[in-house]
Design a protein around this ligand. Sequence first.
Ligand code: AMO
Length: 434
Amino acid sequence: MTSIRDSSNISKEDATATVKGWVQDIRNLGGISFITLRDRHGTIQITMPKKKIDPELFESLTKLSRESVVAVTGEVKESNQTALGIELIPTSFELYSEAGVPLPLGVVDKVNAEMDTRLNNRFMDLRKPETKAVFEIRSTIVELISEYMVKNGFVNINTPKIVASGAEGGATLFSVDYFGKPAYLAQSPQLYKQMLMSTGLDRVFELGPAFRAEHSNTNRHVTEFISFDGEMAWIDKEEDVMATIENIIDHVLRELGERCKKHLEILGKEIMVPKRPYPILTYTECLAMVNENGLKLKEGDDLGTEGEKIIGDIMAEKGSDLYFIVEYPEEAKPFYIMEKDGTDLSFSFDLDYKGQEISSGGQREHRYQELVKRMEKKGLDPKDFDSYLDAFRYGMPPHGGWGIGLDRLVTKILDLPNVREAILFPRDISRLSP
Ligand code: AMO
């Protein structure tokens, strides 16, 4: 009987098998021809000795265009010439879909295509095992995060993505016409995850899209990203939040090597698990480090791409890939972050990974009057935040949280050169399709 199998689990014990996949390559050597058939799991060789195969079948198979989709049935033969240790001698085949010629992008070609060409033809780019592997690994990262969060009492939530006010500053808001009323695409779940702290759902997390009208065309900014947010009540200080993030990332990095062996191997990657605790630098220390290395930043300035890179290089020399930056001036942080009493600092932090910010968070201002004061200080009108503020008027516990850019986390774990490599269909200032 014919069994339908994927390339990874056909064994020499099978008498016959049917494999379905894409025709990756055809080689005609006169008396014998070979097809490399690819599916999600790998490739299998279809071997066609001309004399032993029905001439019509031989003709049809060898004429197939590359990337056509077929089902091939045949005899399973042991072979010491192939990686799988077997090959398939075809007895019949079915053509599901013939691929056009020429291909917009080679799947196995050695020439490295430009990022734009790859993204324009993402369906084809994703047929490459090394591109696909990124998303198999990303999926496991999400699984590991969710697993850890649920196990540690965090409730998996979903918050609105069409909102009436922005939480992260007006400059990066996308406007939406909401039945004639002004609305925006959510920049983060910030206001909602905080409101939930007043409900008794005292630990929540969300993995969802966040939108920023970023005008910068960099290798780490996109206009739509997946934000992994967490919020927790009853904290004493922002270090409680930092310890939680450290636990999550440590769990992900530790387990990933084990769970994604095959896909990491395709990428030639080994996961390094940084030692704990992750070092903590102050913003002032970081400013001094970057200024000693040629930048001219002043108190309150964003460390920026270059500054973060300089700090990343210094920390890498010390063997630290992941490190926190704390004690940012309150001025540099959003209204919802708590000020450090009697100073111009804030209870906030960033987490940087290999020279790039992947997360920020902190302790929130949970006292209604103080929160209103902070909004006014930032030039915001508290009236625009009415429903958010209501949640602070009738009993709000101390709380804190974080937002981790999932795409940046994947990018850094896998040392990808551009955040777009970690996103299936990235959106940026000049890309709206596919
Ligand atoms: P922040 O604005 O720092 O904080 O964003 C949190 C994390 O989200 C990622 N990120 C991005 N990734 C790709 N492209 C972008 N344009 C982009 N913008 C942000 C980064 C960043 O560290 N509400 C707070 C979090 C909190 O305090 O809970 C917030 O959104 O990895």
